[in-house]
Design a protein around this ligand. Structure first.
Ligand SMILES: [Zn+2]
Length: 346
């Protein structure tokens, strides 16, 4: 299938084609869309993908605003809007992926099956053609919380890109078929998690970061970095068994295998000491949880311990990407964890 069957293209779009609001713009989009904007220096290109998840609007909002303002970027810009189809499902910008479809940000690898696989392959072909000097992929987290970046490589270029948006960088060896794995093609690639999809702050950060990304001569040198970046290495993912149940409650009702307090998100990027309870387990204990590190399952008892129905960290840990969305908790993961120092747990 040729790319033009899968993607639409906009070149230097004028304000009158963009609609008055991002939602009006989205209504006019029919497919995942490639937007190219010519820069002052036409010999270089930077790329930015966003909306890979249809319910994560900060990237779309910031891009719409930036395009309406008709900036001339320092270099050519290649923007890729991935999940236009799920984003258009009513009420708009609330559906992560097509019903029955796959998570687009798990499809950037062989065998590129199904509709999402076709879209991922077409996006990769655009990147290959454009040969960008770097790539950002802008997301929102499922709950509220501070912004952070994720990468599979931790070097000066990745830290410099991170610093355009945030001072926290998570480096992972996990390979899930995410777009950020494009940095294995020698193109520095960073995923930016701007914060919650409902947070005005997250939308503003996405815009401020986009302005920095498009207006600077050099975005890959650490000397030019906005902030010093703290790196959290190889977090383990704590996942739930498919058949397990979860509730968010101030105390367990006895009906769920796992109970977490509704304000657990406040733990994001904080250190939890071994004597601080994080939640409750039912009769099945910790057996409903799995710890995934370095692409393999590890014993969850190295991360958490249960005592009298309460869950504690097995050692002081820093946790992040904690979700209070039961669907995400079950389909993706509960949270990530590293040692309090930012080093891997194992
Ligand atoms: Zn996302």
């Amino acid at each position: 299938m040729s790319n033009s069957n899968v993607l639409d293209y906009l070149n230097n779009p004028s304000p009158r084609t963009l609609g008055r609001s991002p939602l009006e713009w989205l209504d006019g989009l029919q497919k995942p869309t490639v937007i190219r904007v010519a820069g002052r220096d036409r010999t270089r290109t930077r790329a930015l993908a966003t909306l890979l998840h249809g319910n994560e609007p900060s990237g779309l909002f910031s891009l719409h605003r930036w395009l309406l303002e008709q900036h001339t970027p320092e270099v050519n810009m290649l923007f890729l809007l991935g999940g236009v189809h799920p984003a258009k499902i009513s009420p708009r910008l609330t559906v992560r992926q097509m019903p029955g479809g796959r998570d687009l940000n798990r499809c950037f690898k062989e065998p590129f099956e199904g509709r999402e696989g076709e879209i991922a392959r077409a996006m990769l072909a655009e990147l290959h053609n454009a040969q960008p000097e770097c790539l950002l992929d802008v997301h929102n987290t499922s709950g509220t919380g501070p912004a952070f970046a994720v990468t599979i490589t931790n070097d000066a270029a990745h830290q410099a890109l991170t610093s355009l948006y945030t001072d926290r960088l998570i480096m992972t060896d996990l390979r899930l078929g995410a777009l950020m794995e494009y940095s294995e093609q020698e193109v520095p690639t960073v995923t930016i998690e701007c914060g919650g999809s409902q947070d005005e702050q997250a939308h503003q950060l996405a815009y401020d970061g986009l302005v920095r990304y498009t207006s600077r001569q050099d975005v890959l040198s650490l000397e030019k970095a906005e902030w010093g970046v703290g790196v959290l290495r190889n977090p383990i993912r704590v996942e739930m068994a498919e058949e397990a149940t979860i509730e968010y409650s101030l105390e367990p009702t006895g009906r769920a295998d796992l109970t977490l307090p509704p304000d657990i998100e406040h733990r994001n990027f904080g250190v939890v000491a071994p004597d601080e309870p994080m939640g409750w387990v039912g009769d099945k204990g910790l057996s409903i949880l799995t710890a995934i590190g370095h692409n393999r399952a590890e014993s969850v008892e190295q991360v958490l311990r249960a005592k009298d129905g309460l869950i504690y960290p097995a050692q002081a840990i820093k946790v992040f990407m904690i979700t209070t969305n039961p669907a995400i908790a079950k389909s993706d993961c509960l949270f990530y964890a590293v040692k309090a120092t930012g080093e891997p747990l194992f």
